[in-house]
Design a protein around this ligand. Structure first.
Ligand code: AGP
Length: 364
């Protein structure tokens, strides 16, 4: 690729560093303060049609699937429409029931991932309405869908996705806000979410400014043979994505679990040689998450928390700025991109071209 590295050693580092600008770009021109909502020009879904949606099903692969999991939570929370996400690669092989009142959303950075494209084509053949949340303008998935939201992350060269993940989640927040304001989200809540969205670029810059501290933590954890990532509800997709990032570029084995599932099995793994990265937002589940940290500490497991304030049971806490509760997961993954990056750097990995992986998987 011939894109300028802009003084960075890797595209991954460049793309992580671009996130404040990228989020600013995805918001630009879309916020409508008059009605506390957003304009999504390419959606092709009028208010009457939006009110008729009974369910939302989001399909994507890898990081895009993880962004879709957060998207489903945002749509349920803000628009109160039942929503879920599934890997497109699973969906297309299981003869799913295609429901006319369901809005299907295909998510893809490249817009060329074959499993997602095949799912879209099958859905279209069965008469479903499919929207795209896509980064690459004019890509196959953008062309095959009935409308959608462009993610505007700009070109992403590194095999592992970072800035596009963040922008995709923000795009879902916009879609959720749009659907919510057509349905039951109040003007006051719409305004609150808009204010939260506007704060994101500055808060991202604040997180990126702590890179040196995160690099030191990465030195400490780079020797681990395996790492556990936990989160609850909003934190769980963040844990899944952070664990994928670590495996992809550092080749350290990592697992992500809902914190609530620890006691149903994975607690057996906890010991001094298995560090846990815990996503601990200051929300209604804070005490539950702290209880999980206690369980881990009682078994001498090292803990790195990502939280809004230092956590007593954690060995280290990466403190991130607080936003509106619904939007917190957008910020909590960003320091963990840097953790994966610096861990891989410490281990001398080829960060932009991890072994066995391609940027887009355009074949079966
Ligand atoms: C991300 O770090 C991965 N390399 C991978 O999981 C990727 O997200 C997946 O292949 C989907 O790609 P897409 O977003 O271009 O469809």
């Amino acid at each position: 690729e011939s894109y300028d590295m802009g003084g960075h050693d890797t595209y991954m580092h460049k793309e992580i560093s671009e996130q404040a600008d990228a989020v600013d770009r995805v918001l630009r021109g879309r916020i409508d303060d008059r009605f506390s909502t957003v304009h999504l020009g390419g959606l092709n879904l009028d208010a009457r049609e939006a009110r008729g949606v009974r369910r939302v099903k989001i399909l994507g692969c890898g990081t895009s699937y993880h962004a879709g999991l957060i998207g489903a939570q945002l749509i349920e929370e803000l628009a109160r429409i039942p929503a879920d996400a599934e890997p497109a690669s699973e969906f297309r092989y299981r003869n799913p029931v295609v429901d006319p009142d369901t809005l299907y959303v295909a998510v893809s950075q490249s817009g060329e991932t074959y499993d997602v494209l095949a799912a879209v084509q099958e859905l279209k053949r069965k008469g479903a309405r499919v929207l795209g949340v896509v980064n690459v303008v004019g890509s196959a998935i953008a062309r095959e869908t009935d409308g959608g939201v462009y993610v505007h992350a700009g070109p992403e060269v590194c095999v592992v996705s970072t800035k596009c993940f963040t922008n995709t989640v923000v795009s879902f927040a916009l879609l959720a806000l749009h659907l919510g304001r057509i349905r039951d989200l109040s003007v006051a809540d719409g305004k609150r979410i808009i204010e939260g969205l506007r704060k994101l670029p500055a808060q991202i810059s604040e997180i990126l400014a702590t890179e040196d501290d995160i690099a030191k933590l990465a030195q400490e954890y780079a020797g681990a043979g395996s790492m556990m990532f936990i989160g609850r509800v909003r934190g769980y997709p963040v844990a899944l994505e952070a664990s994928l990032k670590l495996k992809e570029i550092s080749y350290i084995h990592a697992e992500a679990y809902p914190a609530s599932e620890l006691k149903h099995g994975p607690l057996a793994l906890i010991e001094p040689a298995l560090p846990t990265v815990a996503i601990v937002p200051d929300d209604e589940l804070l005490e539950k998450n702290r209880a999980a940290l206690e369980e881990i500490k009682a078994r001498s497991g090292p803990i790195l928390a990502v939280a809004h304030a230092p956590q007593e049971k954690a060995d280290h806490t990466i403190v991130v700025p607080k936003n509106e509760t619904e939007l917190d997961s957008i910020l909590m993954g960003i320091p963990l991109q840097l953790l994966a990056y610096h861990t891989a750097l410490a281990l001398g990995r080829d960060i932009d071209k991890p072994r066995n992986l391609a940027k887009s998987v355009t074949v079966e």
